[in-house]
Design a protein around this ligand. Structure first.
Ligand code: CUA
Length: 390
């Protein structure tokens, strides 16, 4: 009977509650979210995380290296990762077991104290020490392996970082290029890294780890002292994206590069084309552009092989028409973009040292090229295009 009355009272309360605004509860009552709201939030989070993991394209992944160097680094990482996962699981399981098994209950006294227990002290000193050794030995072996001097057949490339572009010199071939690093597949590569100004860092993730490029006095460079190096052999042809990985000033984020790995015969063909770039056909717009380029201030900073342009301050522009991008990966290499770059480089890359047509940075004189002349110079630079991109 009492139970019946109680139920009726509860029913009345619920009915009057429904009549109140705000889902029945007076504003002063603490609100509780229903459990299914949390479940929905969790499901949504997992869905977003899962879907974002499905994106197919990770051009700068470190997990799929194409060099022996990158593979070795990944092995060290994987070894340390699995040790850490094992320790994490062991510790968490023990922790949860102890929390449940030895929780305080009424009437329980103080647990047995093990402070200063020799056996335990020995175990938790020796076991971690053994794990550190198990991680350190393969790590040190890897350091020696990746620092081993390359054989005589290695392709040597001097990588010189500038604010904000990359210079690549091939002393064995007497070839210099910028921002797109051609390398042969299946042959050791020896990069000797330095900087022309501040500290930068060379990083093409699929080729392996990053490495700082430091400013070094010219005398040290002559002796081969103080150069950082990277040594690796690429196993797969492809175009691998990279970027500067050390903050180096205003346009640090606009200091990108590509490594172009090709088979050895294609590499040799590229070297030959770099040594003797195609000359523009006589009477063409490109030929006029070449003439304008050679009599303007462009040649104070830029080299084009086989011509009188021998400036060394800016990027070597030989076969520029071949490159995918200009401005160290900032713009796609199209006639429109190249013209925009020549007109006003600072609009594209803040802090760039190249003068525009109407103004130069830091007191440098402008190039004073007319719109017509810009068009001709663009035609000239774009005409230096070898069969690869056609
Ligand atoms: Cu160069 Cu950051």
């Amino acid at each position: 009977m009492i139970e019946h009355r109680r139920r009726a009272q509860r029913h009345d309360r619920r009915r009057s509650a429904r009549a109140l605004p705000g889902n029945g509860a007076p504003a002063s009552w603490p609100r509780r979210r229903p459990a299914h709201a949390y479940a929905h939030a969790l499901a949504a989070t997992l869905l977003v995380a899962g879907l974002s993991a499905c994106a197919a394209d990770y051009p700068q992944t470190t997990f799929h290296p194409v060099t022996d160097f990158g593979a070795r680094l990944n092995d060290v990482l994987a070894g340390a990762f699995w040790w850490m996962m094992g320790i994490l699981i062991l510790v968490e399981v023990l922790l949860i077991y102890v929390i449940v098994r030895y929780r305080d209950r009424p009437g329980r006294g103080e647990p047995r104290q093990v402070y200063g227990h020799t056996g335990l002290e020995v175990i938790w000193t020796l076991v971690p020490a053994a794990i550190v050794v198990a991680i350190a030995v393969p790590t040190v072996r890897t350091i020696f392996a990746i620092e081993a001097p390359p054989g005589d057949d290695a392709v040597v490339v001097d990588v010189i970082a500038h604010q904000w572009w990359w210079e690549f010199r091939y002393p064995q071939y007497d070839v210099v290029t910028a921002n797109e690093l051609y390398l042969p597949v299946g042959r050791p590569v020896h990069l000797r890294l330095r900087s022309a100004d501040v500290v930068h860092s060379f990083w093409v993730p699929r080729l392996g780890g990053k490495r700082d490029t430091n400013p070094i006095p010219a005398s040290a460079v002559q002796r081969g002292d103080g150069l950082n190096q990277l040594i690796f052999t690429i196993s797969e042809p492809g175009v691998y994206l990279g970027q500067c990985a050390e903050y180096c000033g205003l346009s640090h984020a606009l200091m990108r590069m590509r490594a172009v790995a090709v088979h050895e015969d294609a590499f040799d063909a590229w070297v030959q084309l770099m040594k003797a770039p195609p000359a523009p056909p006589e009477g063409s717009l490109a030929a006029r552009g070449q003439e304008i380029f050679m009599r303007s201030t462009c040649i104070a900073c830029h080299t084009i092989n086989g011509t009188n342009a021998r400036g060394l301050i800016g990027p070597n522009l030989t076969n520029l028409g071949d490159r995918w991008t200009i401005g160290a990966g900032v713009l796609e290499n199209t006639p429109e973009n190249l013209a925009a770059w020549i007109r006003n480089p600072q609009a594209v890359k803040p802090g760039a040292l190249m003068p525009g047509t109407d103004a130069g940075p830091g007191g440098l004189p402008p190039t004073n090229l007319s719109e017509d002349e810009v068009g001709a110079v663009v035609a000239y630079l774009q005409s230096m295009r070898t069969p690869r991109q056609q």
